[in-house]
Ligand binder design. Sequence first.
Ligand SMILES: Nc1ncnc2c1ncn2[C@@H]1O[C@H](COP(=O)(O)OP(=O)(O)O)[C@@H](O)[C@H]1O
Ligand SMILES: [Mg+2]
Length: 297
Amino acid sequence: MNVELPHYTDQTPEVKKRFDELKSRKVILDIQNLNRVFETGDGEVVALKNINFKAYRREFVCVVGPSGCGKSTFIRILAGLDEPTSGQVLVDGNSVSGPGPDRGMVFQRYTLFPWLTVKQNVMFGLEMSNHSKTESESQALQWIDLVGLEKFANAYPDQLSGGMRQRVAIARALANRPRILLMDEPFGALDAQTRCQMQSYLMQIWRNVDITIVFITHDLDESLYLADRVLVLKANPGEVQEIIEVPVPRPRNPDQFVSPEFLATKKHLDTLIHPQDDEEKDDLPIMRMTNVGDEVE
Ligand SMILES: Nc1ncnc2c1ncn2[C@@H]1O[C@H](COP(=O)(O)OP(=O)(O)O)[C@@H](O)[C@H]1O
Ligand SMILES: [Mg+2]
């Protein structure tokens, strides 16, 4: 079946208006001429080359690219867990020089303290930043409510499903009121159904909190479902290949996975990330290992 798709840069007036409004907001994340070179035994690896990007207040940005293109290095630098070789990152106008409460982080692997309850895990960061115990507890319970886990406040992480643990990780990251939430393939270890549910939870949370999100994924559907803009990186060296304004209207819902604008953008992203290699043909050589009378198509 051949369906005529729009061009992925075509935007309805409503979507265009949304982007105009988005870009009139304050810049929360400003990445300037970012480079990261690793010295290895086999020579230099240019993990990130001359990255420039700005994210606006309450924007949802997804970062996609092939394995090894520098996605984790990128988010680690934003988190202050790694340093650029040159260039700088500003969060709300302040230069990043290490981890700080203005950035929350959620990783793919579970990072909750297994010996603490859900409530104690969320309280942990609050108590570290000098909130009283009573204050920390009441704030923690609000964030636990926000991620829909009020019935599990006294449960331990190993009593929760993978999706629920990631919701606690999100509550814990948000409890310190960061300006940016940094997420490195946070749903990558979850099964397909839980992943879809988590995407919808995350969008509900994002709607209710003043937070700018930078979300790394290698799942193109996920990026188009969640993001306002998708930052596409390419590998060797890790450079910005394209910044795509996702033309799918908000609020998003799963029906849009098959909308013309979604499919058109996905097709374009696919050609950027999986360029058709001449060496790599879809057709296999014909080697028949079966007998007559059993045609399957
Ligand atoms: N600590 C390190 N030392 C040397 N090379 C590294 C280090 N971290 C990452 N790299 C290299 O930098 C490139 C980007 O890695 P990474 O950021 O993990 O990519 P991605 O998350 O997109 O898969 C890869 O070639 C990787 O081998
Ligand atoms: Mg990675």
